[in-house]
Ligand binder design. Sequence first.
Ligand code: FES
Length: 571
Amino acid sequence: MIRQLRLSSGLVMLAYVTMHLLNHAVGLISLRAMDEVLRYVVGIWSNYPAQTLLYGSFLVHYGLSLWALWERRSLRLRASELSQIVLGFAIPILLARHVVGTRIASDFFHADTGHYTLLLWTFFVNAPSHGYLQMLVLVIAWAHAMIGLHFWLRVRPWYARLQSPALAVAVLVPVLSLLGMIEAGRHVAALAAADPDWTRQAFAQMTLPSPETQRALDAITKALTRLFVGVVAAVLLARLGRRIWQRRHGLVRIGYPDGRFVEVTPGTSVLESSRIAGIPHAHVCGGRGRCSTCRVRMRGEVHGIDPPGPDELRVLRRIGAPANIRLACQLRPRGPVEVTPLLPPFAQAREGRQRVGVSLGSEREIAILFADIRGFTALSEGRLPYDVVFVLNRYFSAMGRAIDAAGGRVDKFIGDGVMALFGIEGGTQAGCREALAAARLMSERLGELNFSLQAELDRPLRIGIGIHCGPVIVGEMGYGNAAAITAIGDAVNTASRLEGLTKEYDCELVVSEETVRRAGFDLSAFPHHDIEIRGKREMLTVRTLDRATNLPHPGTAPSRPTKPMKANAAV
Ligand code: FES
C-alpha cells in the first residue's frame, strides 16, 4: 500500500512536471506560443479535483519519503540511490520561492503571476539569480523523477529493450525545456532593453503583487524553506538519537556464509547490514522489494523475525520461495540470524525473475528434446558463410518458435542442433505432451521452411529428433551472461543419443516409450526397438517415426506408419 501510494503520487507529479517542462520547450517556437500552451496546462491543473490530486500527491510523496528516510538504518547507498534521496529533499526547498511567487500569489493574493512574460522578465532581467535557481531545480526535479522511474521499471522484462530510447527522452526533455526557457528569456530581455517602456506596457493588464503582498510572499517563502529544511533535519537527528539509544540496548548479529558477521542495531535490514559491512549484495531495485535479487536463505534457528508483509509475500510467491527464503531488503531481524545471499552480487533483473527452485538447482522429472539437421556439413560445403548463417538462423527461428509454441524452453543451440526442455514448471506428464507436440510442430515448420528456401537449397533440410524423459538436475549454470537455466543428468544424455539414433533408423523421430506413455499417447502402430543404454541393465524401448508430423494430436487416433522396422542397437 505504501509502495503503491509513493509510486502513484510520484507519477502524478511526474505528469505535472513533464507538462511544465514541455511547455518551457515551446519557448523555442515563440513567447506567444508558450503562453498559449500555458493556458491549456493551467486549464488541466487549475480545477479543484486536479489541484487536490496534485497537492495531495505532493504531501503523500513527501511524507512517505520522510518515513523511508526514518526507516533506513544506513545511508551507505549507491551514488544513484543517495542522489535520488538528496535531490528529492532539495526540490521543495529550492522550489518554495517559485511556488509561492506563482500559485500562492495567484490563489491567495489574487496576483496575476502566472504569465511567461512576467516570469521570464523576472528570471532574465530583474533577478537572474532566481532564473539560475529555477533552471537548477528543473534539472534536479527531472533527475529525481528519472532515477525513481528507472528503479521502478528496471525489473520489468521489456525495460532493457526500451532503455536506449527512454534515455534519449530523459535527456531531451530537460534540454529542450532549458533551451526553450533561455530562448524565450533572451527574447524578453531584448524587448526590455530595446524599449524602456516595454515593461510598463507588457505588465499593464496584469495585477502585480503590491509591495505589502510581496513582503508577505517573501515571509511565506522563508517560512516554507525553513519548514522543509527543519523537517529533514529533525528526521536525521531522530535517526541519530535512535541509533545511540539502540546501541546502548544491544545489537543484532547477522552472520554470512564465510564466517563473517555484522552487528547492527535492531531493525536494520539484512541488505543494509551487508552494505554497512561492505559485503557485496545484489539489489537491482535499490531495496524497494521489487526485484528479489537480494533474496537470502536463512540458516539454522531463527528468532526475532517478523513474517513477510504483503508486498514481500507477493514477490516471494512469484519466485516460488520456501519459508526460509526472504528478501534481504525487507528482512529486519530483531534477533541473531545467519543468512546466505542466493544470487551473485552482480545479478541482473533477469535473474531476479527466476523462480527459486529452478535457478538454485533442484531435481525434477522433465522431458528433453534434441534435434539436429541431417547432413548439414555436406549442405554447407561450397556455400558462402553468409548463406550458411542465413539458412541456420531461419532454421533456428522456425524451431525455436515451434518449441515456444508447444510450451517448452529452448535450452541451447549447439552448432546446427537444438536442445529443449519441457515440464520444468508443469511436471513430467505435461512436459512429455509438450515435447511430442513440439516435435510435430518442428516437423511442420521445417516443411514450410523448405518450401520458402527451395531456391537457396539443393535439397530440403531434414532433421532428426530424439525425446526422452526422466529425473535431471535443473538449475542455473554457467558464468556471467552465459549463465542460464539448463539440465544435466542421464536423461539428457539418453535424449541426445536417441537423436543420434535417427540416422541409424533413417527416421525423423526417436522417442522413448516412457515419454509416450507419460504423454498418454498411443504409438503402438509405430515400430518399436529395444535398445541398450550404456551403464544400465534394462533395455530402453523406443518408437521411431519417419515423420514427426505423423504424431497424433492429443486425443486423436494415431496415423499409420509409413515404414515399419524393428531393430536392436546399443547407445
Ligand atoms: S533489492 Fe530488490 S527486492 Fe530487495
